[in-house]
Design a protein around this ligand. Structure first.
Ligand SMILES: C[S@@+](CC[C@H](N)C(=O)[O-])C[C@H]1O[C@@H](n2cnc3c(N)ncnc32)[C@H](O)[C@@H]1O
Length: 208
């Protein structure tokens, strides 16, 4: 697939479709899509994390892509961050920035080869969205977090409704504490229609 764009990304069906699209998008993602759409989610995730997080342990960035969340986190503090993504090409771009402790090529829709209780915080921007990752991935990402770990995850607002994230969070209630949702704009004022006004929930919670 060539000339990736947001509509093609939202229309993806499978993890393999994601691998193919992001292989073509890695080189231009930051200077093209993120700049043109005035993409806000990585900055907003970093702001929330910096506001709340007081730990010193490792942080996992889910669907880290080219590393925009780490770019913004490291402007606000010192963190050991691991990048997890299905796309080796996106991870290569992220690794070249030198912001991650390690990169992990993995599919969030499958069991993860990561030990229980590994991370003190888990962040994610733009990955729980149309055509990408649904609510079932939350079981594994909660498993690999330590008790008390902080989660700051964006979920596209339409995807949240369509894929039943509210029901998933209700089912996860025994594992989740201090759950809060903040609704935000995904893109800034420079973004073009039709996605200019797209919204996301930022789900903020701790593992019990
Ligand atoms: C819109 S990008 C977001 C990247 C980065 N977090 C950001 O905000 O710029 C979505 C990312 O999710 C990754 N992704 C899609 N499906 C995935 C899956 N099943 N497992 C892991 N990563 C996935 C893609 O490769 C891509 O890097």
């Amino acid at each position: 697939m060539t000339d990736p764009d947001l509509d093609k990304a939202y229309a993806l069906q499978t993890p393999d479709d994601n691998r193919k699209l992001y292989a073509d998008w890695a080189a231009s993602y930051d200077s093209g899509f993120a700049a043109d759409m005035d993409y806000q989610l990585p900055r907003l995730v970093a702001l929330v994390l910096a506001e709340i997080y007081q730990g010193a342990g490792p942080v996992l960035d889910l669907g880290a892509g080219t590393g925009l969340v780490a770019d913004h986190m490291l402007m606000r503090g010192t963190f050991d961050i691991d990048a997890l993504d299905i796309s080796p090409q996106m991870l290569e771009t992220a690794a070249a920035k030198g912001h991650y402790r390690q990169t992990i090529a993995a599919d969030l829709t499958k069991p993860l080869d990561i030990a229980d209780a590994t991370y003190d915080a888990v962040v994610s921007a733009g990955t729980f969205t149309h055509g990408h990752v649904g609510p079932d991935a939350l079981d594994e990402v909660i498993r690999i977090a330590r008790p008390g770990a902080l989660f700051v995850l964006t979920i596209n607002a339409e995807h949240f409704e369509a894929r039943g994230f509210a029901a998933k969070f209700r089912a996860l209630a025994p594992m989740v504490a201090e759950l809060e949702h903040r609704e935000v704009n995904i893109y800034g004022s420079k973004a073009a229609a039709p996605h200019r006004d797209d919204r996301a929930q930022i789900a903020i919670f701790r593992k019990r």
